[in-house]
Design a protein around this ligand. Structure first.
Ligand code: DGL
Length: 253
């Protein structure tokens, strides 16, 4: 069983990529809907939640964990690995490396939660992979909450997206990293603003490939998905078609 988790709905974008890459595997998806968003929480609060979810998933038989949340990965993946030394853990981190490799203008931007934006891990990623390019880090408070409420067409959100992204484009950014899994669901809105001026960088498929490499015998299950959450379990199932994830919904038991 593969355990996948996020603060809420965002990690479903990673689950969709996982289901595509490992159609026979069995998954439990855990949404921490009682504590979403993580982006405005302290390091200690995020770590505490990640460890509790790790326990929950391990006790339900998960032998591989995918942290489908950039904020949880940058803040707490080491603590999670230390707590479960025998369980492989795949994290998701903003796609700084591909963006820095692909940029033509030498300028990239990272859209992320406040917690990810201020994390030492993000600074380290930039130093490791993007020291030769200019990197603009843009915290986007409230965006994950809009996705959580399924308010994807909210004019206030559209205005905020434009207000944050236009200045980045004006500075010549040609790669925009989606540094929060919730933002995958904002890709249509972002694409509308960005047009042909920049490309969005989403690493969900890369995370699925890495999981595939580690999954071994776990790839041979019955292709089922269980949905768990810390609050509002029904909302999770109901959100799937609204997020255009019918192919995931078809596997839910
Ligand atoms: N989906 C999460 C991420 O990838 C966190 C969003 C939030 O809870 O603030 O960072």
């Amino acid at each position: 069983m593969i355990g996948v988790f996020d603060s809420g709905l965002g990690g479903l974008s990673v689950l969709a990529a996982l289901v595509d890459a490992l159609p026979q595997a069995d998954f439990i998806y855990f949404a921490d809907t009682a504590h979403v968003p993580y982006g405005n929480k302290s390091e200690e609060q995020i770590q505490c939640r990640v460890l509790a979810i790790g326990e929950h998933l391990a006790s339900h038989g998960c032998d591989l964990l995918v942290v489908a949340c950039n904020t949880a990965t940058t803040t707490a993946v080491q603590a999670l690995r230390a707590a479960h030394p025998h369980i492989p853990v795949v994290g998701i981190e903003p796609g700084i490396k591909p963006a820095a490799q692909e940029t033509k203008s030498g300028r990239i931007a990272v859209l992320a939660t406040e917690a990810t934006a201020r994390s030492p891990r993000l600074r380290q990623l930039i130093l490791e992979h993007a020291s030769h390019v200019e990197v603009f880090v843009e915290p986007c408070p409230g965006w994950a909450t809009h996705v959580e409420k399924l308010q994807l067409d909210d004019p206030a959100l559209a205005a905020d997206v434009r207000a944050r992204v236009e200045p980045l484009l004006a500075r010549g950014v040609d790669r925009i990293v989606l540094g929060c899994t919730h933002y995958s669901f904002l890709a249509p809105l972002l694409s509308e603003v960005v047009g042909a001026r920049a490309q969005l960088v989403d690493v969900a498929a890369a995370v699925a490939r890495q999981t595939q490499r580690l999954a071994g015998r776990l790839t041979h299950g019955s292709g089922r998905v269980q949905l768990h959450s810390s609050a509002h379990p029904d909302r999770l199932r109901a959100a799937l078609p609204l997020l255009h994830l019918d192919r995931v919904a078809a596997r839910v038991v």
